[in-house]
Design a protein around this ligand. Structure first.
Ligand SMILES: [Zn+2]
Length: 420
């Protein structure tokens, strides 16, 4: 028996804040499969999202199971306890079979001095010239650099080990997939740092299948990548080479792959990613969360009448509290306030004006990325509306579902698999 639950080569993380779009999301995986693209669906929801919406992790498992049985999905699927830590993991253990262990908070906090030195002693192969197939020039890493990077990341890696063993002790190691995420931190991890981190995670005997580094550039919520695309492409290719090397060298699971967080809507990097994956044969996990919530709003607006009205109310509430709403997301949104229409202006909008501003269609001159980002972080407003919002989702289910499926399939899966 495998000592861990095996994750498929291409997997797609889907968030569903209000728990109504599981079938529409899974339908996108069905359409992809018809084209020969096997994306394993993974439903993800973080502790933070559960707290804001007032849901329990078991509700995500129930939603996933219901969607799979409604559609008769025969493939694997998983439920991801997203961005958990030791203090939040327990209520996720039973219903989840994928755990994203978030250790970003421990990055930069020093481990014991002797641990950094012991790590460098244990890994003489990391110091000097490290030739890695797929990277043109050998990496040059000094012994001092190995110690510096070890000191920066060892505590985070040790935390990951503690959390992994805590989950394994109660769930059984064979029954889940382990991801380690380091994306929610200030500076990106370079490929040499990734190599050192992977060596350390292997030392902790974590059967890591996905790793989420922080990449170069801005991964803003629900909008395109902002940054140097060529630099991203280089880094992504180097990271793939480092991972293939670490699998061989440190005995990490052969299924180990990159996980791209805030991966939804990063249209301009999908093509370099697709090329790199095709060239190397590597797999990838794309994690998306809020893009489905925005499709709910688009569907409601498109429905007109009371649907459009509730979408406008949500915007009116959000624009009044724009600073309060945006503050917690400062590092993952870039809103130009001068581009935000007033509540009264939006109140006069038709369905087409609202959906045109919100839908992520970069060719549409009405598309407004500031409007979209503000609504992205405003899902708490919908949560406050309680049953009124949920009833609107039920009433307009068909039109919303069509938008949810089309968004994931046409704008995400197809470009990642077939190219734009
Ligand atoms: Zn993340």
């Amino acid at each position: 028996m495998n000592p861990y639950l095996l994750l498929g080569k291409y997997s797609f993380g889907m968030g569903d804040r209000f728990g109504h779009q599981g079938r529409a999301q899974l339908r996108a995986c069905e359409l992809a499969l018809e084209l020969g693209a096997e994306f394993t669906p993974v439903w993800n929801k973080s502790n933070r999202e559960h707290s804001f919406i007032g849901t329990e992790p078991s509700s995500l498992r129930a939603e996933a199971d219901a969607a799979v049985s409604a559609l008769g999905w025969k493939g694997a699927y998983h439920v991801d306890a997203d961005h958990i830590r030791l203090e939040t993991v327990d209520r996720f253990i039973a219903p989840s079979d994928f755990f994203t262990i978030d250790v970003a908070d421990s990055i930069g906090k020093p481990a014991r001095a002797e641990d950094g030195k012991a790590f460098a002693d244990r890994h003489p192969e990391l110091a000097g010239q490290v030739a890695i197939s797929g990277i043109d020039l050998p990496l040059q890493i000094s012994r001092a650099e190995v110690e510096r990077v070890a000191n920066k990341f060892l505590l985070a890696v040790q935390d990951a080990g503690t959390i992994y063993r805590h989950i394994a002790a109660s769930k059984g190691a064979a029954n889940f997939i382990t991801e380690v995420s380091m994306d929610e931190t200030d500076s990106p991890q370079t490929p040499p740092e990734l190599l050192i981190i992977l060596a350390a995670l292997a030392d902790e005997q974590i059967p890591l299948q996905t790793i989420a580094p922080k990449f170069t550039g801005r991964f803003n919520k629900g909008v395109d990548y902002v940054g140097d695309i060529r630099q991203f492409e280089q880094e992504f290719n180097d990271d793939l080479a480092v991972i293939a090397f670490a699998i061989q060298k440190y005995g990490l699971p052969p299924s180990l792959k990159l996980s791209v967080h805030s991966g939804s809507d990063k249209f301009s990097i999908y093509e370099p990613m697709r090329k790199a994956l095709k060239k190397t044969g590597a797999g990838v996990h794309i994690k998306t969360a809020g893009t489905t919530w925005l499709e709910e709003l688009i569907g409601l607006a498109e429905a007109g009448g009371d649907g459009l009205e509730i979408a406008k109310e949500i915007y009116a509430y959000a624009i009044e509290r724009v600073d309060e709403f945006c503050a917690p997301y400062a590092s993952v949104i870039d809103i130009d306030k001068s581009q935000l229409p007033s509540a009264s202006e939006v109140n006069g909008w038709s369905s087409a004006q609202f959906t045109g501003a919100l839908r992520h269609d970069q060719k549409n001159p009405a598309f407004n990325p500031s409007f979209r980002q503000l609504l992205h972080v405003s899902f708490k407003v919908a949560a406050k509306k309680g049953d009124r919002y949920l009833n609107a989702l039920r009433k307009h289910e068909a039109i919303i579902a069509r938008n949810v499926t089309e968004n994931l399939f046409e704008r995400h899966m197809k470009p990642l698999w077939l190219g734009a």
